[in-house]
Design a protein around this ligand. Structure first.
Ligand code: GDP
Ligand code: MN
Length: 379
């Protein structure tokens, strides 16, 4: 789950990271009230889950509550990279002398968390990463953790000044605790700002939480905003399906994550592109099948749908019933290819044939057929 900046800053504050006070607002009037309560210059920031808000006009300073009203109205009217701005964060503004970049991210290839640090933070960090990647320092965090001297060593060449280095190192150690104890996949501060009076502050916050750790963080539920999730992802979560939307055109409904991965591999092997990863799980509730089809047809570019079921605990007849039931409720506009084998497959085949459907037992054949069907739809 991606957190909005105001939520990420709440998390940061819990771990003692230096964020400036602020509050989220959904109307210009609310933003004005917050600005009045904070006093002084405030920064008004679009709360949308994309980067580059600054460049899109979604981050603006306001010196007075009246100006905050005007700026908030403007920002609440924006659509940034396709996302309408529904909320703004109104926060105390800081003066900025320098902008650094600091993040901790899970590096899957190293199998370790990785610190990324750059003296050239701010709105152009993507540009820095592309054109001068050597300006981003990468430091994997060893299994036994991060020590104070290591944090100081990392910042020493960038900041020089002892007081700044000490503050920045303290921030890094706290960010590491946030990442670790907060179960993050990414914890990013950009800009990590140095003020003219020598303070180091987290002026922006980006956090991606590791959904696998959901069970040990009750508070996460309060952060989940249904409007930030696609309807398909929401339905998948409600029905207990693991679902990842992809860019291809072959919809997949599979039981078991391993088989789902193998199915995607085989589709790619034969030159196709999966439209999604979808695991309906070990049980075989017809409702899950209905939900699965609804998810795929509603939000992917699927030109054909492939069911790949290996009946173990999952009973093939239950899946067949689910398919039949679901098609009766809402017929499919694209071809359906079914492969099933295992528990109760004979019963399943009978159910399917009674409804004019058939199924192969061979995964290989099923995959090749569905790719062909998808191509036929294209022409
Ligand atoms: P992003 O563009 O989506 O990453 O949004 P940021 O929160 O990083 O803001 C973009 C830029 O706005 C920052 O790099 C800063 O230059 C500027 N900015 C953000 N907060 C403040 C602030 O409190 N004071 C000042 N002067 N500038 C700010
Ligand atoms: Mn930023």
């Amino acid at each position: 789950m991606n957190l909005q900046e105001y939520q990420a800053k709440e998390l940061f504050a819990r771990f003692g990271l230096p964020v400036l006070p602020g509050q989220v607002a959904s109307t210009p009037e609310e933003a004005q009230d917050v600005a009045r309560a904070l006093g002084g210059t405030v920064v008004i920031k679009a709360q949308v889950l994309v980067g580059g808000r600054g460049k899109a006009g979604g981050v603006q300073l306001a010196r007075t509550p009246d100006e905050a009203l005007v700026k908030a109205r403007e920002i609440l009217g924006l659509t940034i990279k396709g996302l309408p701005v529904r909320k703004v964060l109104v926060a105390q503004a800081a003066e900025i002398a320098r902008e650094l970049y600091l993040s901790i991210v899970l590096d899957r290839s190293r199998k370790l968390p990785l610190i990324m640090l750059s003296a050239e933070g701010g709105v152009d960090i993507e540009e820095v990463a592309r054109t001068t990647p050597e300006k981003i320092v990468r430091h994997p965090i060893p299994l036994d953790g991060l020590r104070g001297y290591q944090a100081r060593e990392l910042f020493q060449p960038l900041l020089r000044d002892g007081k700044l280095v000490a503050q920045a190192a303290d921030i890094l150690l706290k960010l590491w605790r946030t990442y670790q104890e907060g179960d993050c996949q990414l914890a990013e501060i950009n800009p990590l700002a140095v003020t003219p009076d020598g303070r180091v502050l987290a002026l922006d916050a980006k956090v991606i939480l590791d959904d696998n750790a959901d069970f040990r963080h009750r508070e996460w539920a309060t952060w989940r905003d249904p409007e930030d999730e696609s309807p398909g992802s929401r339905l998948a979560r409600d029905k207990g399906l693991s679902y990842v939307k992809l860019e291809g055109d072959i919809g997949c409904v599979v039981n078991g994550a391993g088989l789902a991965m193998a199915t995607m591999d085989l589709i790619k092997h034969y030159g196709g592109e999966p439209a999604n990863f979808l695991d309906i799980g070990g049980s075989s509730n017809p409702e899950k099948v209905t939900a699965a089809l609804r998810i795929i047809t509603s939000e992917s570019k699927a030109r054909a749908i492939f069911f790949n079921i290996f009946g173990g605990i999952t009973r093939c007849d239950d899946v067949a019933n689910g398919i039949v039931q679901s098609l009766a409720e809402s017929p499919l506009a694209v071809p359906l290819v079914i492969r099933l084998t295992g528990t109760n497959e004979d019963v399943a085949r009978k159910i399917l044939s009674e409804h004019g459907l058939s199924a192969t037992t061979s995964m290989d054949e099923g995959v090749r057929t569905v790719i062909e069907k998808a191509q036929e739809v294209m022409v």
